[in-house]
Structure formats: C-alpha cells, structure tokens
Design a protein around this ligand. Structure first.
Ligand code: SAM
Length: 295
C-alpha cells in the first residue's frame, strides 16, 4: 500500500465545505474526528499536523463524511461519546448519552460526599452504562448493577466496564420494569441486598412528540430508550411503585425527568411512599433531576 504525506487541513478542506453547505457548524471538528476514525487512531488530529495516509484510508474518510451528510450524528458514526469524565462506546441499541444526564451524577456526588464509602448502586435502564460506570469511577469502593430490557445494550455496558477497568464491580441484569414482580426478581438476583443509590434516566418522551423530534434523534436513538407512552410518564408508573421495596432505609433515588414533568412524577412518588427531598436543574435551567427518599 502506498502512503502519501498530507497536511490534515488540506485533506479535509473539501469535505468541510460540503458539511458547511448543509449547515453543520462543527464541520471542521467532525472531519477531524472522522479522519481519525478512518486511520484507526484514538487521539485527536490537528488541522496543521502532517500525516501519512493511504488511498484506501482517504476513501474510507470520504465515505464516513457521506454518512454525516446523510444526517447521521457524529457519535453514531464513530460509535463513541464523552460523558462526565470518560469515553463510552455506543451501539444501535443504546441511547446516545446526553450531557443533561450528567446532572444525575452531580446530584449523587452532592448527596454522597465521601468518595471512599461503599455504595451499592442500581442504574435502572442503563443504556451504555454511562451513569453507573461514571459513579463507579467516582466511588472506587462501590458496586453497581446495570438493569436493562435490552440484552445488546447490556453487552455494551459490559464492554464499557471492561474498557474503563470497572468490570469487577459491575453486574448486568436483564429484566423489564414492566414485569409485575420485577422488584422481587431483582432482589432474588441480589441475594436480598438493597441499594444505597438508585439512579435512572428512564424513557420519558410522549409517543406523539417522538415523531416531531429531529431526524438525528428519532432515526438513530432506539425507540425503547425514548418512548414514555401517551403522556411520557409510563416508565415512572412502572418504576416508582417498586422503589420503596429495593432501596435501603437511608438510600436515595435520583430520577431524570423531562420538561414540565416534575409535579406529575412527584405525585406518583408520593402515592407510593416516597418523598421528594431535592431537585437539580441542568445547564439550561430546566429541572432535570428529582431526588427521593422513603417517607
Ligand atoms: C433514556 S435511556 C437511558 C440510557 C442511559 N441510562 C443514559 O442515560 O444514557 C432508557 C433506557 O431504559 C431502557 N428501558 C426501556 N424500557 C425498559 C424496561 N421496560 N425495562 C428495563 N429497561 C428499559 C432502554 O433500553 C434504555 O437503555
């Protein structure tokens, strides 16, 4: 194979123009990430760096840019996303983690200040595992169980746990919170040990609204990770009634919510023996996390 020496910017400039023409403001960064992926590099590339590239690699780069031109999000092309302090791999069955969900990590850190304490953590609806794994990274003596209906997403959690050196403290549980006795099944798997921390970003978008979302979201994020049913609250109705049975007496529950869902979720929680002890807004000022304890 013959390799030629290129200045990165010279190579990516025509592709940057194509992306800019369709309104992609991050065209330069996107092209550098896609070139990096084509060269199987982990590190970032700089505009004025010299690199050796083969013709096959140039073709691969151009085909990745074409995927971007067709509307595929960059994280779905490179199958990676930075969340909190680490990089997570994605697959077609996992939600692409959102920075708003980092509010859940912030809330937990505020409530559990001693990083060296042992916490038993449940990540309910774990996707890539970005929530539970970020907590395991912050609390090096703790353990987390990852619960998801999707086996393929649990496989992704397993891979991310391995990549981050967190496998020994991770457990994978393939259950559905739609099952009647999911709490009993869960406790059986856990030898009746309850949790200090339950963290969850459940699907909370109303089915009708999903149709109106940007193509990038509705086409590439799994429906099961988005769909909250008619009014967006189905997952809360399945999850909340069981939380009292699986959280320790002094444990805390952190739930992500969508815009304007606060009063509805709080009232479901009240009905089922929980009281709201705090909330946290995301960077846009929207109430994103509600914290509950046993009443
Ligand atoms: C909004 S995503 C959150 C993923 C990840 N925690 C994050 O924040 O990026 C919701 C997750 O809940 C899972 N899920 C949906 N319905 C479920 C059910 N009935 N039982 C268990 N998990 C479910 C989905 O597979 C998805 O991984």
């Amino acid at each position: 194979m013959t390799y030629k020496n290129f200045d990165v910017y010279t190579l990516i400039k025509p592709e940057i123009l194509k992306l800019r023409n369709i309104g992609i403001e991050t065209a330069n960064l996107d092209c550098r990430l896609l070139l990096s992926k084509s060269l199987n590099r982990c590190e970032s590339l700089y505009n004025h760096q010299n690199i050796l590239v083969s013709e096959i690699e140039v073709k691969k780069f151009q085909s990745l840019v074409q995927q971007r031109l067709n509307g595929k999000p960059i994280s779905r092309i490179i199958n990676r996303r930075n969340f909190w302090k680490k990089e997570f791999e994605l697959n077609d069955d996992t939600l692409d983690p959102r920075s708003d969900s980092e509010t859940l990590i912030e809330s937990t850190l505020e409530q559990f200040r001693d990083k060296l304490q042992f916490l038993k953590i449940l990540d309910l609806g774990s996707g890539t595992g970005c929530l539970g794994l970020s907590l395991l990274d912050e609390y090096p003596k703790s353990e987390a169980s990852f619960f998801d209906i999707s086996l393929k997403s649990l496989q992704m959690v397993k891979k991310n746990a391995h990549n981050l050196g967190l496998s020994k403290r991770s457990k994978y549980i393939n259950l559905s919170w739609k099952a009647n006795d999911w709490d009993i099944e869960l406790l059986t798997i856990e030898n009746n040990t309850k949790y200090d921390v339950i963290i969850s970003n459940p699907p909370y978008i109303s089915t009708d609204i999903i149709k109106t979302l940007k193509k990038e979201v509705k086409k590439h994020d799994p429906f099961v990770a988005l769909n909250g049913g008619k009014d967006g609250l189905d997952a809360y109705r399945s999850i909340i009634p069981k939380l009292r049975n699986i959280v320790k007496l002094h444990g805390k529950i952190f739930l992500e919510i969508g815009k304007e869902q606060e009063s509805f979720v709080t009232s479901i929680a009240k009905e089922h023996g929980l009281s709201q002890k705090g909330y946290k807004k995301d960077l846009s000022g929207v109430t994103r996390v509600l914290m509950f304890i046993i009443k």
